[in-house]
Design a protein around this ligand. Sequence first.
Ligand code: SF4
Ligand code: SF4
Length: 205
Amino acid sequence: MVAQRSAAGPAPGAFMDEVIAATPGGASHLELCVQCGTCGGSCPSGPDMEHTPRHLFAMIRAGMKEEVLRSNTPWYCVSCYYCMVRCPQEIHITDIMYTLKRMAIKEGLYRESSAADAPDFSETFIDFVNNYGRSFELGLATRYHLRHHPLTAVRKAGMGLGMVRKGRMDLTPKRINGIEQLQAILAKARELGAEDGAISQGGRQ
Ligand code: SF4
Ligand code: SF4
């Protein structure tokens, strides 16, 4: 059921409709959440999240768009999918977390979150995957800390060098074989993502 807009502003359910429409696949089942809390109790990142997934979904239902998009919760989701396999309502929790990240970036509200540097970290990770086909931990950690926590970078340099010496981390990135095939897949995914975004934007007009 699509929420109606009132003279005082969007109806509370309007934001939930927006999240559902923006989640790929068209069947996130978010509206079926029964607030059982299984997701929050299963989540390895729960202690670091400002709101458990259950709490966040209640806020979505209540139309608290800005508070939801300022929450650090989606940024602490590590996409382990544990909540999804345990949810009795088969809600696509992890996919919804990705939707909320995209919305927070689009609305600029991630900047007001306590995880404001997370999108930059993700972009750096994606850059390495695009260029080498895999993550490069030393480059990722160095770039992230120099940009956002330069003092911590100095403190952690010793630990990083120790890991390199013990062969636990590579000193230089190594490109996978067949990188052009992966790049073609990623380019197609970006193309489909752009089309999907255009369709869901159109659907909301
Ligand atoms: S496990 Fe599923 S139904 Fe239960 S609170 Fe989480 S999302 Fe809602
Ligand atoms: S997929 Fe995300 S929200 Fe779900 S249990 Fe894993 S970290 Fe928590």
